[in-house]
Design a protein around this ligand. Structure first.
Ligand SMILES: Cc1ncc(COP(=O)(O)O)c(C=O)c1O
Length: 366
């Protein structure tokens, strides 16, 4: 670990150590060009190479079919909240959304600018502690598309099964906080978007993976910067992209491939999450936010018996080199974000600390 601590941040989040070390070199001089990655034109042969390698490695990691386009946009995942309905939802059509937390709600709020929203399922009434399923889900008759947030970063819940796609609809997923954490069948989706700052790289770059014939048929005329098809045709370089973000994402893809791809990520993520969840299940001092069957492998949310103890836990954990464990302000408590690059030793250390803390404060529960 050296001078670095265990960083449980929900995003921007910790990156693979080897990626940071490679980036240190490439910031100085990439491909022996005598120029660092952040100083190269986005139109020269060096950045052509970065773009093409990043795309090829992204395809290799996700086993992405040829009829899908890969490109990058700016404006964060939040901009996709309006980009999706702008491109796909005609004013006389309805789109179905799952309301499973704040990020889903942010998307839902933008739909009315373009068409009608239908809530196919919501877990709002239970504090977003689960993923709606069975009788809780009612799709509209023929939605333009069905959108869901595959992992709810704040709540710590995760879809284990894909929503349905009634009529001629297709799936849109905000995959910002669990993309490439496990194997994925991209052919099941119309569009996937993910802000990079959790599993893919630095903030300021959003990855888009889209079925090409879907984005080639936008439902209205849009300003150029809002046209998915233009962005895809220009390889995310219609204007000046976040060149460093695309470069670093490429390095993360290389790291995933070297580690054994998404099957290896999945095994590591299950193994790491089990360290913490097995402990949580074995005691009654800490209470988890999510119901067991929907809990996230990426963001583990839990509380102490009182808010005062939550604050003390976060403060004392920090002193032990376990940092950024505070839950999102909307739900409080604690959140341990353990994305692909987070090391298992950090999970073990956290559990050791949780055990000691629970023992010391057991009287508060009684
Ligand atoms: C699932 C999800 N969607 C969207 C966002 C918003 O991303 P950005 O800040 O890049 O706009 C986040 C941010 O953490 C997120 O976790």
């Amino acid at each position: 670990m050296g001078d670095r601590v265990y960083n449980f941040s929900a995003g921007p989040a910790c990156l693979p150590e080897s990626v940071i070390k490679q980036a240190q070199k490439d910031i100085w001089n990439i491909f022996d060009s005598g120029i660092g990655i952040m100083e190269h034109s986005h139109r020269n042969k060096y950045f052509d190479r970065v773009t093409h390698e990043t795309e090829a490695d992204c395809r290799a990691v996700g086993n992405i079919p040829d009829d899908y386009s890969i490109f990058w946009m700016q404006g964060g995942a939040t901009s996709q909240c309006y980009m999706v309905p702008a491109n796909f939802l005609a004013s006389d059509r309805t789109a179905d959304y799952f309301e499973t937390g704040k990020w889903a709600q942010d998307s839902i709020k933008e739909v009315h600018h373009y068409g009608t929203v239908h809530i196919a399922g919501s877990s709002k009434d239970s504090g977003f502690n689960h993923i709606p399923k069975g009788d809780e889900v009612k799709y509209s008759e023929n939605p333009a598309y069905v959108q869901f947030t595959s992992n709810n970063t704040i709540m710590g819940t995760e879809f284990k099964e894909l929503p349905q796609t009634p009529g001629s609809s297709f799936l849109v997923a905000d995959m910002s906080s669990n993309i490439y954490s496990r194997p994925i069948d991209v052919s099941k989706y119309g569009l996937i978007y993910a802000g990079a700052q959790k599993n893919l790289g630095p903030s300021g770059t959003t990855l888009l993976i889209a079925k090409t014939d879907i984005i080639n048929n936008p439902v209205r005329e849009l300003p150029k910067m809002m046209q998915y098809d233009l962005m895809a045709k220009k390889e995310g370089r219609y204007n000046t992209p976040n060149t460093f973000g695309v470069y670093l994402m490429g390095q993360v893809f290389k790291w995933i491939l070297a580690e054994g791809g998404l099957t290896a990520m999945d095994e590591m993520n299950k193994d790491k999450a089990a360290v913490i969840y097995d402990f949580i299940d074995s005691q009654d001092f800490f209470t988890p936010h999510s119901v067991k069957e929907d809990r996230s492998l990426m963001n583990i949310t839990f509380k102490c018996p009182t808010e005062e103890l939550d604050a003390l836990f976060i403060e004392q954990a920090e002193e032990q080199g376990l940092t950024t464990l505070a839950g999102h302000r909307s739900i409080g408590g604690m959140r341990a974000s353990i994305y692909n690059a987070f090391p298992k030793e950090g999970c073990v250390k956290l559990v050791e600390f949780m055990k000691a803390f629970a023992l010391e404060h057991a009287a508060a529960k009684a």
